[in-house]
Design a binder for this molecule. Structure first.
Ligand SMILES: *Cc1c(COP(=O)(O)O)cnc(C)c1O
Length: 374
């Protein structure tokens, strides 16, 4: 029996062909026709006017904050329950993260706590430079309320949609809710270029600026001249070719992950103490990862017991993200609430959810989880 991974890459039929075509054309890197085409095709898929293909999702968040003018002494509000890549770029810019707890309905930034925090900031006379909302495990945050709160205080919204490509909320695609939004094509995401990311916006001047900053901020001169600090953050043409192939199978990848989520619910939903990440009625998540919560009293074993048993059977499962306010590096950050995210970390487990996972593998996983209880 082979090892089952949490979310391994899953290539389609076209990626190899497109990659070799890029290779044979000698457009290796940086940039080239596949980068331009990948940006156009992704912008069209997400329903945003402009996109810049970058070396990672983290780079995309970093450039978003630079474009919004985040700098030393500024504050940026972010969800606490997320991967560290959401908040690290705040610190790259010398600014300070302010963390907001999750709501139970979506596991995303609690809109009520965001409103309270923005109100407190306004009364203190110092609004944050940006709000970064995350679409956790592929489910969109409650943008109706979050966007309204940001608009009321005129604070720009950045959407970290690294995990949510292919999801939608009230009929609009994930990645279209921020003034700037980001995607990731890291190896574990729903589609991958091995590593890569994208920054999206309806404002052309912002995306032009992202491309400029991402290619070392070179001024228009025959020699190498720089009036601003630049970065080496562009995506290579070879990887964009892979990304174009992956984008063609995105809908199939979403369909399979949603199918696996439904299958897990059917196979484990009857067990006492087992819950699932809720699916809010306004959205259609891509089900990037299926997450369960385990109440040890009712289930008779903890999350960590289940994870260890799976690992012993060569099956990779992972605890839900450890919230940023509980991370040693971020524990001093001002945090509004925090107990919901802490409980989800304590009780949450991500099960293998790759779109290449077969029904036999799914049964293998389900049997191990059920056996922990017996
Ligand atoms: C993966 C991820 C990122 C970072 O993307 P990279 O391409 O790995 O840099 C950012 N935010 C979240 C929520 C992620 O899951």
């Amino acid at each position: 029996m082979t090892r089952i991974y949490l979310s391994p890459p899953h290539m389609g039929d076209d990626e190899r062909k497109l990659l070799l075509e890029a290779f044979d054309s000698n457009w290796i890197a940086p940039l080239g026709p596949h980068v331009d085409a990948f940006e156009r095709e992704m912008a069209a898929k997400v329903g945003v006017a402009h996109a810049a293909a970058l070396s990672s999702g983290t780079a995309a968040i970093h450039l978003a904050l630079r474009i919004l003018g985040v700098g030393p002494g500024d504050e940026v509000i972010a969800s606490s329950l997320t991967f560290s890549a959401t908040v690290n770029p705040i610190v790259y810019q010398g600014a300070t993260p302010v963390l907001i707890d999750a709501e139970r309905a979506t596991w995303n930034m609690d809109p009520v706590l965001l409103e309270e925090e923005l109100d407190a900031c306004a009364r203190r006379g110092k609004l944050p430079k940006a709000v970064i909302a995350v679409d956790l495990y592929g489910q969109c945050a409650d943008y109706e309320r979050i966007a309204a709160a940001c608009a009321r205080y005129e604070v720009p919204l950045v959407e970290d949609s690294a995990e949510a490509l292919g999801s939608s909320y009230r009929g609009r695609m994930a990645g279209s809710f921020g003034a700037l939004s980001i995607l990731s094509f890291n190896g574990n995401k729903i589609i991958t270029t091995s590593g890569g990311g994208m920054l999206l916006s309806d404002r052309k001047e912002w995306i032009d600026r992202a491309r400029f900053l991402a290619t070392q901020a070179r001024d228009a001169a025959p020699h190498y001249q720089h009036s601003q600090l630049g970065f080496n953050y562009r995506m290579s043409n070879l990887l964009a070719a892979v990304g174009r192939g992956q984008l063609r199978v995105l809908d199939q990848r979403v369909a399979r992950r949603r199918e696996l989520n439904a299958a897990y619910r059917r196979a484990l939903g009857d067990l006492p103490g087992i819950g699932f990440m809720p699916e809010a009625p306004e959205g259609r998540p891509n089900c990037w990862l299926t997450c369960v919560t385990i109440d040890p009293g009712a289930f008779g074993a903890t999350c960590e017991d289940v994870r260890r048993k799976l690992e012993a059977e060569d099956i990779e499962a992972r605890p839900v993200w450890k919230p940023m306010h509980l991370q040693p590096f971020y524990s001093a950050c001002r945090t509004r609430g925090g107990s919901v995210a802490a409980e989800l970390f304590e009780r949450g487990l991500c099960l293998p959810s790759g779109s290449s996972l077969g029904d036999a593998d799914l049964n293998r996983i389900v049997n191990v989880v059920r056996s922990v209880r017996n």
